[in-house]
Design a protein around this ligand. Structure first.
Ligand code: TYD
Length: 214
């Protein structure tokens, strides 16, 4: 890490892969072991205006309605555009200004989530095009878990499921993630098995992050 620019680190994976847990453990370890480093934890969908709308769609609280008054699912290609718009807003308001000011920004999900999830409903190369202006992170962690394990963790953590939290979608996403890293290369991708105790995964994360920051 040079003096002025900070760094941008991303966690990716299926629902229940442990991205939120690993992002949190990394931020905690940085605050203990590198107290002088300015660290910002963030996530997509964001808590901003577009991210809040996306959350409602994921929960089925915002739907579509035809001119004849029929309620239909929210259009999935429009949702893909919302994810891309939320991301660019995230970059403009938070990621870019902080990284330029020397912060280490950790995001729970980024472009590869869109490529893997939105390719259920649209061609991946189109999803890639609408994400063209999202800048490259310095380091991406891809946490791999079987879809069934991820869903079991989701079910244990909260009641109800969101629109992509089903075996069929997760099986697509699992395969599509591998394609996504070929379609849209990252600065550095570290693939980790998420089917292990969180502390063990966190150790592997720490080794890669230390190389980046020291
Ligand atoms: P997630 O990080 O799982 O949030 P939470 O743990 O709070 O539910 O993200 C919500 C869902 O959104 C998840 O199923 C993945 C999906 N998603 C996309 O489909 N595309 C995207 O670009 C992003 C960022 C998330």
């Amino acid at each position: 890490m040079n003096d002025r620019r900070g760094a941008f680190v991303v966690f990716e994976g299926l629902d229940g892969a442990g991205t939120s847990t690993q992002a949190r453990l990394l931020a905690e370890r940085l605050s203990r072991e590198r107290p002088n480093l300015k660290v910002r934890s963030t996530a997509e969908p964001t808590s901003g205006p577009i991210g809040s709308l996306i959350r409602q769609i994921l929960q089925g609280r915002t739907v579509g309605m035809t001119a004849r008054g029929e309620v239909i699912p929210f259009d999935r290609k429009s949702l893909a555009l919302l994810f891309a718009a939320d991301r660019l807003d995230h970059v403009a308001c938070e990621i870019d200004p902080l990284v330029q000011a020397g912060w280490l920004v950790i995001s729970d999900r980024y472009v590869w989530s869109s490529l893997a999830y939105q390719s259920i409903d649209a061609p991946m190369d189109w999803v890639d095009i609408v994400n063209r202006y999202a800048p490259q992170p310095d380091l991406v962690f891809a946490l791999e878990v079987p879809a069934s394990l991820g869903l079991a963790r989701v079910d244990a953590s909260r009641p109800g499921r969101e629109i992509f939290e089903h075996e069929e979608s997760q099986n697509h996403v699992s395969i599509a993630y591998r394609e996504a890293f070929k379609c849209h290369p990252a600065g550095r991708v570290v693939v980790l098995s998420g089917d292990r105790p969180p502390a063990e995964i966190a150790e592997d994360v720490w080794i890669a992050v230390r190389e980046l920051i020291d």
